[in-house]
Design a protein around this ligand. Sequence first.
Ligand code: PHE
Length: 380
Amino acid sequence: MTGISRTAQTMPYTVSKLTDFSSTALDAAVRELRSALDRESKDIRSETDWKVFRDRWMARKNGILTQINDSWLKASPKDSRREVGQRVNWIRAQVEDRVQKVESLLLELATGKPLGDFVDVTLPGIRRAIGAEHPVIKTMNDMIGVFRNLGYSVGEGPEIETDFYNFEALNFPPNHPARDTQDTLFIAGQDAKPLRDRLLLRTHTSPVQIRTMQKMKPPVRVVCPGKVHRNDALDATHSPIFHQIEGLAVDTNITFCDLKGTLDHAMKAMFGSSVKTRFYPSFFPFTEPSADVQISCIFCDGKGVRDGAPCRNCKASGWIELLGCGMVDPNVYGFVDYDASRVSGFAFGMGVERIAILKYGVDDIQLFFSGDVRFLEQFS
Ligand code: PHE
């Protein structure tokens, strides 16, 4: 002994002569050899390295495999020979396999790139779930599909809007409460700008109506899906971020009947042909007249009673309020250079999460935004 401790890390592996042929001793020798194989295959960076590695382990003359054949198998006592032979065969297979794998890895990797930890390419791969359409996006796409079939195209607009598009051109008076920071999220540091240029996060998809009409002359039929923002606190039915789908049809001779027929069809297409709609007077600055649309409760079939108890989903009324709509206010046409005496049209807007909540029986809007795969995979 030299007195310098021989550690596996610093000294290259050498085949030890075996004197003890017990299973324990054989296993220890095999383990030592196997970890040397792992260690050495990790250091291979080039084809030259690989050739040295291959020859060191497999050369007929004095390769490690030949050495263990000579100094383990041939030197073993007769009654251990079977056990030793099995282990030598196993090692041979391991070495041949490793030499071959390293070669194919080298072919795969760009030359010069370090191999890092040895990758066992024969292990099964990591299967990644394909994923599914998010229920909000799915609902949005379903609704878009209904309107595409009616000849509508799809329009989009920015989420950061100016006061002009979000409010002014939609006929909101200067002191309308929606313009308050209580309701709307404004971009900071805008006070020096004229009101109409100040930036905010759009509170509805209606600004895309204005952008569409600025871009094209009637006839217009467009649906505008997208994300909207409001200064609301989170709870089971409110989220500061949600999605809407806006619809706009402008042409000559469009009437409230067209609006009713279109939305009645869309609700039946989404919720089933037995669903009824009803239009309730309402108010929006950009439509006149305006209405809220209710559908007959899909949980109690409009009866207000389910399983002998008042229906909780419609508060026993038999109706569920779903969207806002109306005939485009002539003042709006003034902002987009349409001739209000020649054209007419309707607009509607609906919350996508609200529809998804009803359609899928979800009890908390937050689930849509939590990213919890256990929730989401139910929609795959
Ligand atoms: N923009 C309205 C809202 O967000 C919905 C709406 C759209 C109403 C179009 C009428 C016409 O509440």
